[in-house]
Ligand binder design. Structure first.
Ligand SMILES: Cc1ncc(COP(=O)(O)O)c(C=O)c1O
Length: 336
């Protein structure tokens, strides 16, 4: 990603101290540029993986997946959290305040990671049924967590975050990832540009699940500007009660302000069971351990691939794979 942070070439403080000591003596020591990369510079620029088994026997079809778990916090949400925090720091909206938001897991890890690295204190409202692994990771990063009723899902967490902000507006900067334009803009400037150059402009279909919808909205908007013929397919759970962590069943959920359903050429509903099956199939046949919403995206990608092959169309299908399966290893479907 081309964020301002990257532009800064800093000298390590140790090198600077040595430099000062040396110049006080006889001759200045040679300047030493900081080596390695700042962890936040690793946000974005994820690889595009080819899933040959999903297009086997299809002459003109490729199925590709954006490996978002390779972001430093382990998910696609690093992109949004990074841009939300950087934008708020630049505008002064975070001055003297804690960041507050409602999250379902990955965003919390991303906020906590970026917050730790940028010196921003973080308070998160989180449904108590997020996986055991996620609870531990959130605790490790040291963010303040307020658990909310699992029956109310992320919508319950959103209601609580709003109440807390209304009660103490001077204490909290309410990041509100569901309404914050910095969320989808992270994908407009980052994810879409990467997919465009990684496919050398050959992408024909873009597929992503919708939670806040930042990934789908931002990436689709930019890809359609680059080529209006790109077809955008959104992925949703097939019912209100589902196990596709991170995704929303829009007909029954609080609809995010940044969501624009008119961007989608099609919407594919995926069952939790089909996503679980795809996760098991990919780890055992492709050697890739995917998260459940990534499994759902590949269920939709396989469907699109079959349709393209049946009508003998050329198709370069790119699906966003938000996180890896290591966050879901305690789920029961592994024993079935
Ligand atoms: C695992 C997972 N998949 C998909 C999504 C959806 O991404 P977005 O919020 O950009 O729609 C999220 C969001 O938190 C997620 O955690």
């Amino acid at each position: 990603m081309n964020w301002p942070l990257h532009a800064k070439r800093v000298r390590s403080s140790r090198a600077t101290l040595e430099l000062n000591a040396a110049s006080a003596a006889v001759s200045p020591a040679p300047a030493v540029d900081a080596l390695g990369v700042c962890p936040l510079q690793r946000v974005g620029n994820t690889p595009l993986l080819r899933f040959e088994s999903l297009a086997r026997g299809m002459l003109h079809v490729q199925v590709l997946g954006k490996a978002e778990w390779l972001n430093p916090g382990g998910s696609v949400k690093d992109r949004a959290a990074f841009n939300i925090i950087e934008t708020a720091l630049r505008s002064g909206a975070l001055r003297g305040k804690r960041l507050l938001d409602a999250i379902s897991g990955n965003t919390g890890i991303a906020y906590a990671m970026v917050g730790a690295a940028r010196g921003v204190e973080v308070t998160l409202c989180v449904p108590a049924n997020v996986s055991a692994e996620r609870k531990r990771i959130l605790a490790a990063y040291g963010a303040e967590i307020i658990w909310t009723d699992p029956q109310e899902g992320t919508d319950g967490a959103i209601r609580l975050a709003r109440q807390m902000h209304d009660a103490e507006p001077d204490r909290y900067f309410y990041a509100d990832q569901y309404s914050n334009d910095a969320n989808w803009l992270a994908h407009y400037h980052g994810t879409a540009a990467e997919i465009w150059s990684q496919t050398r402009g050959a992408i024909t279909h873009f597929i992503a699940g919708v939670g806040t919808s930042g990934t789908f909205v931002g990436t689709t908007r930019r890809l359609k500007e680059l080529n209006p013929k790109v077809r955008a397919i959104s992925v949703q759970p097939d019912s209100a009660f589902h196990g596709l962590e991170g995704l929303k069943h829009m007909p029954t959920a609080m609809v995010p302000r940044i969501y624009d359903p008119s961007l989608a050429n099609a919407m594919v509903e995926v069952s939790t069971e089909a996503a679980y099956e795809m996760v098991k199939r990919m780890v055992r046949t492709a050697g890739v351990l995917l998260g459940v919403s990534a499994g759902a995206a590949l269920v939709a990608a396989e469907k699109v691939a079959q349709q393209a092959a049946a009508s003998d169309h050329v198709a370069v299908i790119v699906a966003v794979l938000p996180d890896s399966g290591d966050h879901y290893l305690s789920e029961n479907f592994w024993n079935e």
